[in-house]
Design a protein around this ligand. Structure first.
Ligand SMILES: Cc1cc2nc3c(=O)[nH]c(=O)nc-3n(C[C@H](O)[C@H](O)[C@H](O)COP(=O)(O)OP(=O)(O)OC[C@H]3O[C@@H](n4cnc5c(N)ncnc54)[C@H](O)[C@@H]3O)c2cc1C
Length: 334
């Protein structure tokens, strides 16, 4: 929160704590003075109350009894948010995904009834101030992060700047990808575990036709299938991690696990969505977003078919060379 010269107010929060109705203590009583024009950064671990403090200042939360919020010495504790004249920029989830960057910046001014012309001027000022000129008409999810495409044309690299040796690029890429796939696998396990927890959290609360979902055998079978796939996935990763640690060739198992884990996480999240019913399909839980995200796992770092093609060829090769496919089916430690 900052104030431009001539704008803003001195803020004092006095003995402000916050306890929610369920007993959660979000903020221990705190007293803080912020001078007019001062820029203050609140740092602290997750859950220590930073957001709650901002929400109390903005008027989105009332502090516990005895807490006070003062602007320029005037008590504001019970003044509603729309009368406080406080700006608060939320993280992504509270931005409007259907609006451009500029429209998001100017939204508060629009609500206050500022004319379109004046609004455009103020937005342009902020765009220039934050050095994002040229990006203001993008959607917010195109502003930063995610993947980009880079086009390289007629690039000449001096011999001295060559990394890794001429002709070794593909092998180096493959080496990196092997560990990248392992990391993707870990993410997939973690996501699937969370989705399964969410599914069970829901079915142990939701009853239909007078019976708790968790007590229905069909539901238990769905959960059992997810747990089994998760367990298989974990064992695969442990095996590959063991091979990586020992410097063993892990390409075959890595390809098998890469494909399996991509399907596993998709299946588990799909099951969690199904068990949440319409709630799972909505944006009220993270599941629908994950479902779309994890679909990419069947493409990135090589699509299913390319990995299966390689895996299948290795299975045949192992049989031809050793009279058994064990070496190509995770049996090389036997
Ligand atoms: C979110 C995301 C992030 C990515 N990140 C990176 C990155 O960081 N670095 C990077 O280099 N690339 C990245 N990629 C690219 C990714 O590796 C490729 O998209 C992927 O390997 C598939 O290549 P392609 O899109 O050219 O599909 P294509 O090669 O055109 O294949 C299309 C489809 O044809 C089928 N197919 C292809 N070959 C065969 C075959 N031999 N046999 C049978 N069927 C086949 C498959 O079904 C495949 O999905 C990313 C892609 C996505 C979606």
């Amino acid at each position: 929160m900052s104030a431009v010269a001539g704008h803003g107010a001195a803020v004092r929060i006095e003995n402000c704590g916050k306890t929610f109705a369920d007993g959660t203590r979000a903020l221990e009583p705190a007293t803080l003075d912020i001078a007019r024009g001062e820029t203050l950064v609140l740092l602290g671990p997750s859950g220590c109350g930073k957001t709650t403090m901002l929400r109390i200042i903005a008027g989105l939360e009332l502090p516990d009894t005895g807490g006070k919020v003062l602007f320029d010495g005037k008590e504001m504790t019970s003044v509603p948010i729309e009368q406080r004249n406080v700006g608060m920029v939320f993280q992504s989830y509270a931005l409007f995904p259907n609006m451009s960057v500029a429209d998001n910046i100017g939204y508060g001014l629009k609500i206050r009834g500022m004319s379109k012309q004046e609004r455009a001027k103020r937005v342009a000022e902020l765009v220039a101030l934050t050095n994002i000129t040229g990006l203001e008409n993008r959607r917010i999810d195109q502003l930063s992060g995610g993947h980009s495409e880079i086009e390289i044309k007629d690039l000449k690299v001096p011999a001295d700047n060559l990394l890794g040796g001429e002709g070794n690029g593909f092998n180096m890429g493959q080496h990196r990808l092997a560990y990248g796939r392992l990391r993707h696998g870990m993410h997939n396990i973690a996501k699937a575990q969370r989705a399964l927890d969410m599914a069970v959290g829901h079915v142990t609360k939701r009853s239909t036709f007078g019976v708790l979902l968790a007590d229905r055998q069909a539901v238990q079978f769905m959960l059992a299938e997810c747990a089994s796939q998760l367990y298989i996935g974990r064992l695969m990763l442990l095996h590959i991690a063991y091979k990586a640690e020992k410097g063993m060739d892990l390409r075959q198992e890595n390809s098998i696990a890469k494909v399996y884990l991509a399907h596993m996480v998709h299946h588990v999240i799909d099951t969690a969505i199904q068990l949440h019913g319409a709630l799972g399909f909505s944006q009220d839980t993270i599941l629908a977003k994950w479902y779309t995200q994890v679909r990419s796992q069947r493409l990135v770092d090589g699509p299913d078919e390319v990995h299966r093609w390689r895996v299948g060829r290795n299975v045949i090769k192992a049989f031809r060379e050793h009279g058994t496919t064990a070496l190509a089916a995770g049996g090389d430690l036997l």
